[in-house]
Design a protein around this ligand. Sequence first.
Ligand code: P53
Length: 474
Amino acid sequence: MGFPKNFLWGGATAANQLEGGVFEGGRGLANVDVCPSGADRSSVIAGHRKMLKMDDKHEYPAAEAVDFYHHFREDIRLFGEMGFKVYRLSIAWTRIFPNGDEQEPNEEGLRFYEEIFKECRKYHIQPLVTISHFDCPVYLIEKYGGWRNREMIRFYLRLCEVLFTRFKDDVTHWLTFNEINMILHAPFMGAGIYFKDGENEEQVKYQAAHYELVASALATRMAHEINPENKVGCMFAAGSAYPYTCRPEDVWEALLTDQENYFFVDVQSRGYYPSYAVKRLQKKGVFPVMDAGDAEILREYTVDFISFSYYNSRCIAAPGGGQEEAEGNLFKSAKNPYLSYSDWGWPIDPLGLRITLNQVYDRYQKPLFIVENGLGAFDEPDENGYVVDDYRIEYLREHIRAMKDAVEEDGVELMGYTSWAPIDLISAGSGEMKKRYGFIYVDKQEDGSGTLARSRKKSFYWYKKVIETNGEEL
Ligand code: P53
């Protein structure tokens, strides 16, 4: 009983929220660098406000982030101290191809990740690499329009080829796109897309999604060709939709919400557009244009495993019910009266993780991997600089319990669990520093001040114990 012996415990981060050093090592500018913090962020990430360079009226938190670029040895040592088996990280595309369409990669960028993998090996930590975590070179947006252009497939595969070849001995587990369904909610952050006046946004989004799906399938093929040991996963933002009431209209609306998200995984895992998507997208006139051969590519090169982020469930009511909306998340949701809420208004629903694990496993029957789960909260260091984050321990403990039930009682096949995030970093949704997730506190404040010093929170010692006992002591 319990978790399998080789269960992969660890933590997950993304390059642009962590690294900083955006002007170092010959790196080019990416979409996520030019997303400001503050009031304009949501319209920028949604593609409703064009911003392709930094101006002096805004703050750009990714520029320094928590400076992992210069602290990675220390940080990975701390991951090692917690006993991590796996570290999920992403590659900054523009460190490897600063513009995106060069023929040759930037050696300095490759060396940076090589050093990271070397550190990981020291502590027997296996990397799990997200090839694109909300990451698209600005140059490719300016010149080609980001993922609205089919050419992106070529540039993305060029990146993949460099990574699969160069890091053949370091990495065997890959994720093609982070939260691929986020393209529907934050298309600039997800796919480098901003909209022009009057265009059909759904059409643009599903066309871009199609290109990403084809790119993901071709990357899967390439990964297997370059190293038959490679395992490739898809990644989506999960969290089952609950009907607000047992009113059939609410149940129906919840089902539609789930389908909207499962659509991506249906294609990546089953290998074809599900009939509900074909019908509905055609009816709306937004079914993507496909090249001859696309259907075959999608069918042939499906993923080996399915990974997802889980922060909360969603609660869905049919229009016109007058329910209160939950705040703070890019996903629309009614307020679920049975749940408590985080400092940022996100519902807290551990049983929802078990429900989600069961639903996803039932649907695909492939190994699952929880690659994000965690609590963003205000942390206040005490007079000794120590953060007693019992609320975070409580959140993680309950979610790990629910995941344990899914494995032990329900037979869900689960490869591992990487919490978001093992170290404080910049929030993707809000651009804030004060929304902290880490086991490791970083002295970097909302106004940009701070020494960048790292320190262990109470949850650090707790998670170390969890890993040591393979999830038996929570
Ligand atoms: P933050 C919501 C909004 C933006 C990104 O989110 C999100 C979500 C959650 O579904 O997805 C992931 O930082 C994402 C990470 C991100 C994490 O959620 O807004 O993959 O990059 O940091 C947490 O609190």
